[in-house]
Structures are given as structure tokens and as C-alpha cells.
Design a protein. Structure first.
Length: 283
């Protein structure tokens, strides 16, 4: 019995290591398919694939062998060493420039560095032949989808130069003012406090301010009067009711079928209440 337990104790770490290695390999393969292959297809195959009209620098990037063999300048990658890999230098536009039409985003370059550091796993054992050398529809689609704005890292834009800098109290104002100045327009005069409160109240709650709210806002001479009013309106249950309405209009919300007899939808109100609570609770 003890012998069996001892054998099991020895085998378990070995099995665990095997499972861990297999998981790591699968993750690296998924990384290649998601982050590396689509970029190669979109930006490199035109000049560095077996079916290219003219293979630039005798470098083929449509197979693992092509990467390791390299071209006129030598091997494209050095195993687990991105700093010494010509491919990284090229996509960084450090001497060589790939792709020539423009440098890849820093996030993509970081993906290639990680890929090489992790061993540059590449399932493409042989160059694709004939029609297979062409990018598959999914590869093209996937590469294009990775360019969607929602997948791009945030970038802080450079503030535009404006003539009336004193008018703008926030960087966002300068972008608006620059657009107006380009059209020969000037900003409207600042609204009085009563008008400002009405605009704010209608936008956030869909309701006009009460006489007491107007008087309170006009009487508040503190520098944070506007900010406090914004916070108060955001905390109002009317805020969720107002902004949930926008979403309900989008999904064509209704509490009845709308046909001739117009029968009610018994539980539709639950979705309505869910939306209202979600806006009010910052879900």
C-alpha cells in the first residue's frame, strides 16, 4: 500500500508538469493565431510569401522555415531573443522598414516581441501551396476587425492651437474652439445661471428645474455650484428614468403587442425597471 502511495506521489508532479506544458503550448499557439498570423497575412504576405509577384529581399514569412532561414540580411528571428531578431528591428523601422507603408502600432510590436521571447511557436510547417498561399477570408476578416477603434489603445491627442485661448477652461474646449475657428465661427456668449440650470436639468432628468432649485442655484456663489448641481441631478431617480428611455427607444420597448386588441406584455416592465436601476446604480 505504501509502495502504491509513493508511486502515485511521484507520478502526480510528472503528470501535472505534462498538463502544464501542454496548456502553455496551447496558449502560445492561440497567441500566434490571434496576434501574429493575422498581422503577417495583412501586412507581410504581399511582399514576403511564396506567391508574391516579387519576393522582397528573398525573405519568406509564410512559413516557419522561411522565418528561420531569413533572407538577404540573415535569419528573421533569433529564438527567444527579440532584441537580436531582424524582424523586430524591421517592424520598429530601425534601419529596415516593414511594412514600408507605415510603422505598426506599438501594441502589435510588443506582441511580436512576446511571441519571440516565448519561443516563436509557429504551426506553419511548410509554405502554403497554390491557392492556400492566399489569405483565407477569415484571416483577412480577423485582421480587419483587430483594427476596430474599440481595440485600439487610448491615445492622448495633441491639443490644437487656438486664437482665443482665454475662452477655453478645459482641454476639450480647445478642440471645439479650433473647429469653430476653422469655420469662421465664434462661441456663443456664456449663458446666465437660470438658463444653464434649465439646460442641465433637461439633459439629465428630462424635467425643468423647480422654482426652489432655480433660486438655490442662483444664490450659490461657490466655485463648485455647477458641479454640486450635476452630482445632485445624477443622484436623482429621474436620471435613470430619463436615460433608460434612450435605450428603450433604441430596442423599441413596449408594454403591449400593439395589434388591434393591443394585449399587454405582462412582464415587460421588469426590463424597463432593470434599465432604470442599471443607470441609477452605475451598473
Amino acid at each position: 500500500m505504501r509502495c502504491g502511495i509513493l508511486s502515485l506521489a511521484i507520478l502526480l508532479p510528472i503528470c501535472a508538469t505534462g498538463v502544464s506544458d501542454e496548456t502553455s503550448k496551447r496558449q502560445r499557439l492561440e497567441f500566434f493565431e490571434s496576434n501574429i498570423r493575422p498581422v503577417l497575412v495583412k501586412h507581410c504576405y504581399e511582399c514576403h510569401a511564396g506567391d508574391s509577384k516579387k519576393v522582397q529581399g528573398r525573405l519568406l514569412l509564410d512559413s516557419r522555415q522561411g522565418l528561420l532561414k531569413g533572407g538577404e540580411s540573415g535569419p528573421a528571428i533569433v529564438h527567444s531573443n527579440p532584441k537580436e531578431s531582424l524582424l523586430i528591428s524591421a517592424i520598429k523601422h530601425d534601419g529596415l522598414e516593414m511594412p514600408p507603408k507605415g510603422k505598426l502600432p506599438d501594441s502589435v510590436i510588443a506582441d511580436f516581441e512576446k511571441w519571440i521571447s516565448d519561443g516563436a511557436i509557429d504551426p506553419r510547417d511548410a509554405p502554403p501551396a497554390g491557392d492556400l498561399a492566399q489569405a483565407t477570408p477569415w484571416e483577412v476578416t480577423y485582421a480587419a476587425r483587430r483594427e476596430w477603434w474599440s481595440f485600439q489603445p487610448p491615445v492622448k491627442p495633441k491639443e490644437p492651437v487656438v486664437m482665443d485661448r482665454a475662452w477655453s477652461s478645459h482641454p476639450v474646449d480647445r478642440f471645439l474652439l479650433a473647429a469653430m475657428e476653422n469655420q469662421g465661427l465664434a462661441p456663443a456668449k456664456p449663458a446666465n445661471k437660470r438658463t444653464l440650470l434649465r439646460r442641465l436639468s433637461f439633459v439629465l432628468t428630462g424635467l425643468p428645474p423647480t422654482p426652489d432649485e432655480i433660486q438655490s442655484f442662483i444664490s450659490d456663489d461657490s466655485e463648485t455650484a455647477y458641479e454640486k448641481t450635476v452630482d445632485r441631478l445624477l443622484e436623482s431617480p429621474r436620471f435613470g428614468e430619463r436615460w433608460a428611455r434612450h435605450w428603450m427607444d433604441l430596442v423599441r420597448y413596449s408594454e403591449s403587442h400593439g395589434s388591434q386588441s393591443d394585449p399587454e406584455l405582462a412582464n415587460a416592465y421588469r426590463y424597463r425597471n432593470y434599465l432604470i436601476h442599471s443607470f441609477n446604480d452605475d451598473v
